[in-house]
Design a protein around this ligand. Sequence first.
Ligand SMILES: Nc1nc2c(c(=O)[nH]1)N[C@H]1C(S)=C(S)[C@@H](COP(=O)(O)O)O[C@H]1N2
Ligand SMILES: [Mo]
Length: 267
Amino acid sequence: MTLITRRNALITAATGSGLLLAGCTKVRFGDTLTGSAGFQRVLAQAEAWTLSSQRFLLSGGAMAREYSVADISPKFKANGTLYPSGEDYEDAVNEEFARWRLTIDGMVSHPLSLSVAEIRSLPARTQITRHDCVEGWSAIGQWTGVPLGLLLKTAGVLPQAKYAVFHCADNLEGEPEKGGMQAPGQYYESIAVVDALHPQTLIAHSMNGKPLDVGHGAPLRLRVERQLGYKQAKYVQRIQLTDRLSGLYGGKGGYWEDRGYEWYAGI
Ligand SMILES: Nc1nc2c(c(=O)[nH]1)N[C@H]1C(S)=C(S)[C@@H](COP(=O)(O)O)O[C@H]1N2
Ligand SMILES: [Mo]
């Protein structure tokens, strides 16, 4: 049994790296994208990242289970914020996220700022995983995105950084039916740097082969597959590397954590 599981993991590993290489051929040299120094730096790191994630897999690193295309849920519920309020997000939708940037800053040696088009052009990983929400529902979906580890290697995480904090575009309105514990607030999340570097941790731009829709977090969301649904931050705009969570929002490392939920939320 263990052997079979292990074999599957290795096959997954091989497929994963194939995708990484295939992703490289899609890079559009000679257009405006080459103007971005950050984008070029990420590309230069891609091979080193492929090697390091392969090493992780071969050394038996724990992977979340991956499913087949036939397992994809016909309906994947959207939960929490379904459409961020405010004109800024509405404008961003109308202009197809042309001016949306993902910033990586804080305890890094080279802060990065990438457009959605740049992120879409980077080497990608595709994985089919099960999403588990604490509210008691699960769904299997296929996610495609750039490994967060590749972005973090490029940004150069400083040794003292312990957490990656994801700042989202939505203010989640109060939902009284959730026990009255919930007050409105900016959605955010955080994970440990070691989980951010895991090969299945992605900044996803596509779901089931299509660009993310608004309900599921367009244009960019986190997938951190060994943790619960509320860790999977949608509408991500900024990733901040830090050595402490106190002082950010409610200080407990996430919107739901600030309202009493567990921080690690492993599955
Ligand atoms: N920005 C943001 N991210 C979020 C939420 C949210 O309300 N806002 N809800 C979380 C919860 S509780 C779950 S279960 C998943 C739902 O993801 P989905 O809408 O793609 O199903 O997103 C998580 N990430
Ligand atoms: Mo959830």
